[in-house]
Design a protein around this ligand. Structure first.
Ligand SMILES: C[S@@+](CC[C@H](N)C(=O)[O-])C[C@H]1O[C@@H](n2cnc3c(N)ncnc32)[C@H](O)[C@@H]1O
Length: 233
């Protein structure tokens, strides 16, 4: 059982307020034309809107329970035929198709603990792409203000759903605990700086076309969020 299997039932209520990225990824899918591979597709928060826009998605995730929620959501939205969900690791995605766009939204690459694992994931994403295909993903590195405001404090993020961030700046790891009722799950997110991501992308065979600081496409200027738009080099 993966950690996300344990929060699948309350992942959607927990992430309800995260909507700012949806249109950004849907626009990229419309531009690429699909099919799109979403690595770490989760409950389909992004994949279902892409399918609703008429683009087919192959979604890979290591959590069968998250995929079960995605499947039910796709059926309810009437787009199950456009969503091909596959259990697997994003470092070795069970995808033989080559596609014009791969995406990895909502900081999922930060589940890769080491640089070697991040590089393996980036290389796997690169291998999915058709000639001139793109890989688009977002990650973050915390600001001092964020660390000071949230460190080791339980905060109610949504009614009845609490979150606690424990920041370790030495190892650059966020241990994020999520609690709903009796259930608490803690997972690690391992951040890098923008230049470090750019270097790994270069090694993995990508050219960074754009680096945004937010989903409104403002250029990155040292914000917490980094949104990379990359093309195979
Ligand atoms: C923050 S959620 C993001 C889900 C979805 N992309 C979204 O934007 O809402 C992170 C997802 O990564 C998945 N995940 C974590 N490690 C993974 C791995 N090594 N391979 C595939 N999926 C993984 C989890 O199961 C979870 O569904």
């Amino acid at each position: 059982m993966t950690l996300y299997d344990r929060i699948a039932a309350f992942y959607d209520p927990w992430s309800r307020s995260v909507v700012e990225d949806v249109g950004f990824y849907v626009d990229h899918a419309l531009e690429a034309g699909g099919p799109v591979v979403e690595l770490a597709v989760g409950t389909g928060r992004i994949a279902i809107p892409i399918a609703q826009a008429g683009i087919s998605v192959i979604g890979v995730d290591s959590s069968p329970e998250m995929l079960a929620v995605a499947r039910a959501g796709a059926e309810a939205a009437g787009v199950a035929d456009r969503l091909d969900l596959r259990v697997g690791d994003l470092r070795e995605p069970p995808v033989t198709e080559r596609v014009p766009l791969a995406i990895c939204p909502f900081r999922s690459l930060l589940h890769m603990e080491t640089e070697a694992e991040k590089l393996q994931a980036l290389r796997a994403a690169r291998a999915l792409l058709e000639r001139d295909g793109r890989f688009v993903f977002d990650v973050f590195a915390p600001s001092r203000e964020d660390i000071e405001d949230t460190h080791d404090r339980w905060l109610e993020r949504e009614p009845g759903i609490f979150e606690r961030a424990v920041w370790d700046e030495g190892s650059r790891t966020l241990s994020l605990s999520v609690r709903s009722g009796e259930d608490t799950v803690t997972f690690g997110l391992h951040w890098l700086s923008a230049p470090e991501w750019s270097r790994l992308l270069d090694v993995a065979g990508f050219e960074v076309e754009e680096l945004f600081g937010w989903f409104d496409r403002r250029p990155y200027g040292g914000e917490e969020d980094m949104i990379f738009v990359c093309r195979g080099s």
